[in-house]
Design a binder for this molecule. Structure first.
Ligand SMILES: CC(C)(COP(=O)(O)OP(=O)(O)OC[C@H]1O[C@@H](n2cnc3c(N)ncnc32)[C@H](O)[C@@H]1OP(=O)(O)O)[C@@H](O)C(=O)NCCC(=O)NCCS
Length: 179
């Protein structure tokens, strides 16, 4: 599967806007940060989101976060958010990474590929252990996490917490080296 992960740039194409519209407001705890009506408003939102990556203009209590888009055959398929470190709140819900695949492209392995790419970026930021959180009944997302070496650490009030070890001798690191 030929896929590519690209960091958000300014401006982004109308294709990204259309993908965000298709995804909608978000589901299963994933908040679609790009969901805004009107392409001109979308273009104004992009620099704000890009600045979050360097810690500029963050909402109170938020940590720097970088957005990455997954492309397959030149078309955007989904995107993910990588939070650079955890807060007490993210330790409970949210974790380091959130992700979403556009509805028409689900069930084809893209979610698994997207998380693999995001974990690679997390490793690049020096994150050794990555926390992923997920509703107990979100079977697809749980498979995506497990496909990437996630082992459930905690099930709390129908909410799962998984850790993925990104140190060099971990299964996730081995999988990544074999790409
Ligand atoms: C979660 C999400 C990213 C998965 O994307 P995807 O492209 O469908 O993921 P993949 O195709 O890589 O894998 C889906 C896995 O779920 C499995 N699956 C699909 N439907 C399923 C079901 N009803 N029950 C159990 N497993 C299911 C697939 O078999 C596959 O597992 P496998 O690789 O072991 O065969 C996508 O469904 C999505 O964007 N959901 C909305 C946002 C969301 O829930 N984000 C995560 C918040 S924690």
């Amino acid at each position: 599967m030929a896929v590519e992960l690209r960091e958000l740039t300014v401006p982004e194409s109308k294709e990204i806007y259309e993908m965000a519209r298709e995804i909608g407001a978000g589901e299963n705890g994933f908040v679609n940060s790009l969901y805004i009506a009107g392409y001109s408003k979308f273009l104004k939102l992009l620099p704000v989101l890009r600045d979050y990556s360097t810690g500029v203009g963050l909402p109170p209590g938020h940590v720097p976060q970088t957005l990455y888009f997954l492309y397959a055959e030149g078309r955007p398929i989904g995107y993910g958010k990588l939070r650079h470190w955890l807060t007490d709140s993210l330790r409970v819900t949210g974790g380091h990474i959130g992700y979403c695949i556009r509805p028409a492209a689900r069930g084809m392995g893209y979610g698994t590929a997207l998380l693999a790419g995001l974990l690679d970026r997390a490793r690049g930021l020096g994150i050794g252990r990555t926390l992923l959180t997920c509703n107990e009944d979100n079977a697809r997302s749980r498979r995506v996490i497990e496909n990437n070496g996630g082992r459930m650490a905690e099930l709390d009030n129908r909410y799962c917490r998984y850790w993925i070890d990104l140190s060099n001798d971990s299964p996730a690191a081995d999988r990544d080296k074999s790409k």
